[in-house]
Design a protein. Structure first.
Lengths: 367, 367
């Protein structure tokens, strides 16, 4: 497991997940990562690319659904066609990241990969850069390295990383004892008081080979299929047989297939970081992010003309029509050509249930 | 002032008023009366016509803004072109009703006219019919007759009619002592307890000649201009000079120019009635009307597909897009192609202020 110090680094962006709680903005045909949810003028995917470019230039691969190929290439002009891996169907994060790891590993057996979600918001990107660079160095010593974000509140919305001893020879890297799923509020408060617990931001940096070795132990059948599929990609792309194999892949999150088993074996390290990190899971989160803690702000995303006496909430519009709000606080209004959502920040999480009932009633054209 | 008993009756529908509190549904180009606000499948104007037709057949005149001519004729196929009087600009109710009175009077000097707003909602139309028929008979004795609605609550939103003695020879007609403007809640409670006070529903039935005689005394200049303008209508329509005269007419409500002065002279009678009557002034009123006191009802006007957990409020939509509501009660959502309103029943009255600020900021295309 000796990694050469000159191993190249590749960022992998698994761009999947519809973002149901951001319906009707986020759709199967245009998921979360294809939207500008921060008012930056760029989509979350473009922001992700721009964050990684200073670290690894154009050594960035994107794994996304076949249906999003044209949107992704439109948004990322510097993405090499050979670094775009298309999923015939969503098979969860292990399949996506493992496919990228396997293809990149066949091109360069010593490659270190880093997986970064396409739909996170990170400010203070210099801190992100420093953390990822250290993580790459730690990974080269034969570790799967996660970036652990210092909690700013006892959140029950994120999983945690429980750390132990510092790793010798590194500025801030520490050993990881275990991954912990989203906790109760009491546990979250305990974690918040301790310095051993960090938010698991879902970023993993590891030698591709090590990643695939762990997977081969925990999910041998899946690992074998991925290896076969990676050969196909290297040979020019999926044929009919490969698509069939892809559709049959086991759906499993990377946390269960690789991160947690590797942590049990002592193979996982963590680089703590204190950059501002958001997963903007629902409209309430976007409203918070937009208002940046300042009160008296109604957040507005899009080109809508707004006439409002509301000092909180969020307005999202895909056209320039006038939106008038009177006497509604903490309101969420999302207007799209075929669907309009009106709810409040308090109920933002329930949007997913609404999408579920649309699906259940067969209104797929609205999903 | 002896009216012949065979005098013909003509209904006049002054179809004016934008209905600012119903923005963005009601617009300068498509005011309240051109919309179906009851879910009846007909507009308020069509409902008004249908209420009057059993009383007077096609003897119905409409006074409306020139810009609404085509909408009105589209909606009222039985309206005779000679009974459509077009206002070059809005000059309040006296000008509108007096013009109709003067033209109809020149055609038939003994005509009795009845003025009925184009944007009221009346249920139990047989009671309305009986009341109007009695009012016509009372009018023929040389009275200006109003229909007084029996109050069902101590409302501060309506003016009141104070009645005194019964008129001999009629089923229910009474003499009117005075008209009272919208009262304080304390006064409204007093009126509600007394049987002498009825809601002024703004309906006036009178010999056209009597109506014009009262006007000639209270507003001689206005009456003279109206007479000149009526000659023009009879001669084929307004010329340039007439339009100029119209624009210069004094703006005054019929209550001040005719009803109140006539009451002081003892010329006003009232036929009490107990039909259900609404002036649907704002979206809260429409919501109330739609839910008919039943709880657990979200009112929906238009073709919108609705997914909602709300049990109160109103949704108005001009298209068939999906409107999803989560956790919002007493909500008002009005979606039109160029403007979206979100407010609550509690704030429904404030919509007028919003329209005022749109006007003040020069956004006339949205009015």
């Amino acid at each position: 497991m000796n990694m050469q110090t000159d191993a190249s680094f590749y960022a992998v962006i698994p761009a999947g997940g519809i973002g149901s709680r951001l319906w009707p903005l986020s759709r199967a045909s245009a998921p979360k990562f294809l939207h500008d949810l921060t008012g930056s003028g760029q989509t979350l995917l473009q922001d992700t690319w721009d964050r990684l470019e200073p670290i690894c230039g154009d050594n960035i691969a994107v794994v996304t659904g076949s249906t999003h190929a044209s949107h992704v290439t439109d948004q990322l002009p510097n993405l090499s066609p050979t670094n775009l891996f298309l999923e015939p169907s969503p098979r969860d994060s292990t399949a996506a990241i493992a496919l990228a790891a396997a293809v990149l590993s066949k091109r360069d057996s010593d490659v270190v990969i880093g997986s970064f979600a396409a739909d996170h918001v990170i400010h203070e990107t210099h801190k992100f850069e420093i953390a990822v660079k250290e993580a790459i160095e730690v990974a080269k010593t034969g570790k799967i390295v996660t970036i652990g974000v210092n909690p700013t509140e006892p959140s029950t919305a994120f999983g945690y990383v429980r750390t132990t001893d510092s790793l010798a020879g590194f500025d801030s890297a520490v050993q990881v004892r275990e991954f912990i799923e989203k906790p109760s509020i009491n546990k979250a408060k305990k974690y918040f008081q301790s310095s051993d617990y960090l938010w698991n931001a879902g970023m993993f940096i590891a030698p591709a080979k090590l990643f695939l070795e762990v997977l081969a132990e925990t999910e041998p059948k899946l690992a074998e299929s991925i290896d076969y599929l990676a050969e196909k990609v290297v040979a020019g792309g999926f044929d009919k047989e490969a698509v069939k194999t892809w559709h049959a892949l086991k759906k499993v999150a990377i946390d269960y297939s690789v991160a947690e088993p590797a942590a049990k074996k002592g193979l996982v390290a963590c680089v703590p970081a204190s950059f501002e990190w958001h997963d903007v899971g629902d409209f309430a989160a976007i409203a918070e992010l937009q208002s940046q803690g300042r009160s008296g702000n109604l957040a507005v995303l899009g080109k809508a003309k707004v006439l409002s006496d509301s000092s909180s909430g969020i307005l999202v519009s895909e056209n320039d029509k006038l939106i008038a709000l009177i006497g509604v606080e903490d309101i969420i209004v999302v207007d799209t050509p075929d669907a309009l959502l009106v709810t409040t920040k308090q109920h933002a999480q329930k949007v997913k249930g609404l999408v579920d009932s649309l699906r259940a009633s067969g209104q797929d054209e609205l999903l």
